[in-house]
Design a protein around this ligand. Structure first.
Ligand code: SAH
Length: 248
């Protein structure tokens, strides 16, 4: 039986925690959690020893190696261990390293999915990420790479695909990201939206185009996690109707 659970905490709103996540948190003896996890969610684990292994840009946090070591150590000590990650553990969550460490020690584990930021932001915007005739593909991109800047995406291929591009961790690199897309041939008026703190009371929306969004975001100076969504599906309804009518 699994004694380690890699659990998605969802985007922030405690009501978006799955029933399974809540049940397992209730039984947890140790919880290793990210800083992004809302304190109200940690209340679901009243019996557990809470360890903040948090990761937020610019703040000291445990290294990935240290997190893996802790996870293995607590599991081998016989505790019921929950590794709680923001959103879904399998989307930009460094789950691979942790699963490898557990496998290497023969420790059984289970993964519990969570609501990822992309779908939470779509709910905030009341806009579907896919839309018949408008956007038939969905791409999740990292806005930040291991080398402390933009990853080397295939900007032309992403632009040509014409789907909805969802950028995680792109708050700081947005100007470079926008420049790459425009250089790759994306129309400067392509709708682009940023959602801060999706699903929380503090959520905020910044709406513009691929050309204007970087300065709009800079002016708004968001402090919470920021998700950037780009593509024709992000056109607001009235504009979208005209766009469809024009048969573009
Ligand atoms: N595993 C997470 C993503 C971790 S990467 C998930 O599935 O959602 C961290 C990035 O996720 C942040 O930089 C931000 O881009 C995004 N993010 C996480 N929670 C968010 C929220 N509530 N609102 C907006 N963006 C969020």
């Amino acid at each position: 039986m699994a004694r380690v659970f890699l659990i998605g905490a969802g985007p922030g709103d405690p009501e978006l925690l799955t029933l399974k996540a809540a049940r397992l948190l209730g039984a947890a003896e140790v919880v290793l959690h990210d800083s992004l996890v809302d304190p109200r969610i940690l209340e679901a684990a009243p019996r557990a020893r809470l360890i903040d292994v948090g990761k937020r840009c610019g703040r000291h946090s445990a290294s990935q190696q240290e997190i893996c070591r802790l996870l293995v150590e607590e599991a081998l000590a016989g505790h019921v261990v929950v590794r709680l990650k923001g959103g879904d553990p399998m989307v930009f969550g460094r789950a691979t390293e942790e699963m490898e460490a557990l496998r290497a020690h023969g420790i059984g584990f289970e993964v519990v999915p969570g609501v990822t930021a992309a779908t939470a932001a779509a709910a905030t915007l009341q806009v579907s990420l896919t839309r018949r005739g408008v956007s038939r593909s969905l791409h999740f991109l990292a806005g930040h790479g291991a080398e402390d800047g933009l990853p080397a995406h295939d900007w032309v291929a992403l632009t040509r695909a014409g789907g909805t591009l969802v950028v995680y961790m792109g708050g700081k690199t947005l100007p470079g990201l926008a420049a790459h897309f425009i250089e790759a041939g994306m129309a400067a008026d392509m709708p682009a939206v940023a959602v801060e703190d999706a699903s929380l009371e503090t959520q905020a929306v910044m709406r513009g185009t691929i050309a204007s969004l970087p300065s709009l975001v800079e002016a708004a100076a968001p402090r919470g996690p920021l998700l950037v969504l780009i593509g024709p599906a992000m056109r607001d309804e009235t504009v979208l109707d005209a766009y469809l009518a024009a048969g573009v």
